[in-house]
Design a protein around this ligand. Structure first.
Ligand SMILES: [Cu+2]
Length: 343
């Protein structure tokens, strides 16, 4: 193939790639579309350093092109050109310019770092304790006395002070549209504050390779009005003393199975173990295990073989019969604190 053909082909593929990649950023998941003050500050820093980089690249390429043309070997020219060694002017220039550029980047970076490292008391900020597990997220609100998992629920326009840690290996807590990341390290508590400036759903991710299902360690962030959040927290707290609803006989059967086989790992309404996600408001979640739409067919799939959906996760295959699975599905969809139920 002729080289100009190759050139156009590559240019075409590159253009196609650029088009496809620009489709990647959604408001829910992109660090390039900040939805809160922390993400905005981090975005500004990224833009500053990128513009400086692009500026330097363009200047260097222009000089390179000029030199290539201006000093190329001309017809009739013999031998090697005159060799020059050392130039004070040049050396000072290429020391001072990068130095100035670094200062321009360093001042706002250090300033932002200090702002992001600020810690807030529970008077100014909502406190949330995050514990990362292989491969799910636990969220506790110590001042409100409630706990949830997988779906993080937050009020809009309010600072949230996260205290993050891990129950097993190192993970990293990241909500691209709101800011981050922060490592979660076993035995250590790291702090990070974030704030969402609009209601809606955002996506969170584990940003540290942590095992077989690292790529499936997603979570959702549901941001709501303060009044709705207060109502949510109240209801979450209220169910801890209330008896769970037994809608149908089959759900009651599911509850019996749950208490026998699942409660050791899963808590509902304040009772049960902490080895698996708290299921108090399971029916309100957007996803099953953080990844599949929260619909009966995926819940069934999960209960029949959790290892298939998320390889290496810590829920064993309990070899449930179809009847047991159906009863459990019925029961699990009664676990809601919202007014309008899923089913
Ligand atoms: Cu992880």
């Amino acid at each position: 193939m002729k080289s100009w053909q190759q050139f156009w082909r590559q240019l075409f593929l590159f253009g196609l790639l650029a088009l496809v990649v620009t489709g990647c950023g959604t408001n829910e998941l992109s660090a390039l579309k900040p939805q809160g003050p922390v993400a905005a500050m981090q975005y500004d820093l990224m833009m500053l350093s990128s513009s400086i980089m692009i500026g330097v690249f363009i200047v260097v390429m222009l000089i390179l092109t000029y030199v290539l043309i201006r000093y190329r070997k001309r017809r009739g020219q013999e031998g090697i050109p005159k060799q020059v060694e050392g130039s004070h002017t040049l050396e000072i220039l290429w020391t001072v310019i990068p130095f100035l550029l670094l200062i321009i980047m360093a001042v706002p970076t250090v300033k932002t770092n200090f702002t992001l490292a600020d810690e807030y008391s529970n008077k100014e900020a909502l406190q949330v304790k995050v514990t990362a597990h292989q491969f799910w997220w636990e969220f506790e609100y110590p001042d409100l006395g409630v706990a949830t998992a997988q779906d993080l629920v937050l009020p809009v326009g309010k600072k949230v002070q996260f205290t993050v840690s891990s129950a097993d290996v190192v993970h990293s807590f990241w909500i691209p549209a709101l800011g981050g990341k922060m490592d979660t390290t076993p035995g250590l508590e790291n702090k990070i504050w974030l704030q969402a400036d609009r209601t809606g759903t955002f996506y969170g991710k584990c940003a540290e390779l942590c095992g077989a299902s690292h790529a499936l360690m997603d979570f959702k962030v549901e941001v709501m009005e303060q009044a709705d959040f207060d109502k949510w927290a109240q209801k979450m707290k209220a169910v801890q003393s209330a008896e769970p609803v037994k809608a149908t006989a089959i759900a009651a059967e599911g509850q019996a199975i749950f208490e026998k086989s699942c409660m050791g790992c899963h808590a509902v309404a304040g009772k049960g173990g902490k080895l698996g996600p708290n299921l108090t408001n399971f029916a309100d979640r957007m996803r099953v295990a953080g990844i599949k739409p929260n619909e009966p067919k995926y819940l069934e799939e999960w209960l029949k073989d959790p290892q298939k959906m998320k390889p290496g996760n810590n829920m064993p295959n309990l070899n449930l019969s179809d009847d047991q699975v159906n009863a459990l599905v019925d029961y699990l969809y009664t676990l809601s604190v919202k007014d309008e139920k899923k089913q």
